[in-house]
Design a binder for this molecule. Sequence first.
Ligand SMILES: Nc1ncnc2c1ncn2[C@@H]1O[C@H](COP(=O)(O)OP(=O)(O)OP(=O)(O)O)[C@@H](O)[C@H]1O
Length: 213
Amino acid sequence: MDAPTYAVTADPLLKLTGLQSDHVGPVDLELAPGALLLIAGPSGAGKSLLLRAIADLDPHRGQVWLAGQPRATIPPALWRRQVGYLPADPVWWADTVDEHLTGVQDDWLQQLGFTPEVRQWEVERLSSGERQRLALARMLGNGPRVLLLDEATANLDPENTLRMEALVMGYVREREAGAIWVSHDHEQRDRLGGRLLMMDQGRLADPAMASRS
Ligand SMILES: Nc1ncnc2c1ncn2[C@@H]1O[C@H](COP(=O)(O)OP(=O)(O)OP(=O)(O)O)[C@@H](O)[C@H]1O
């Protein structure tokens, strides 16, 4: 009997070649399904601008692929759902929380320390930390394949930081998603594991490679 054949795809989940915008690049990068990439570096190095270019929120040059599909072939609104960008200060547009939570599972809200009643809350009353946690749930509700986390726990106390980390890592593992997490907190980076790249003056470098040379 013939050995079974499997559809093997060599495509990374996310691939960047020559990605460049004002203050950033060129950047080449590959992210595998289920992988976490950590980015650190000094203030003003271009970390946020890199994530924003990947999310197609700022003008840029170069190529970006999602699971082998060039970005140009994916409508922008769909791209932004599949490649979710979570800033430290997320914007809210409607009056109540629930209006932002399409597709959000109640167990995610629970993992983030909320009861389902949070859906009825007015956005106006939310603390900065509540906004940050709910913005993660909101982003996951879009079912992203790549998460771009820009100092996503910056406003949080230690307990809620751990909650967000656990939800992100659980989502990445279960969905075979990928995450790029910009974090200034070396303890957080140690907890999360994953490959670390340093950004300086718009360019990415692997500190492990630098220490070998
Ligand atoms: N709209 C803009 N116009 C001009 N310059 C900008 C703009 N946005 C960012 N910059 C500049 O680009 C550089 C990179 O900014 P970016 O926000 O990516 O830094 P960062 O590495 O995320 O810094 P931090 O760690 O402080 O958040 C900075 O010098 C910043 O001042």
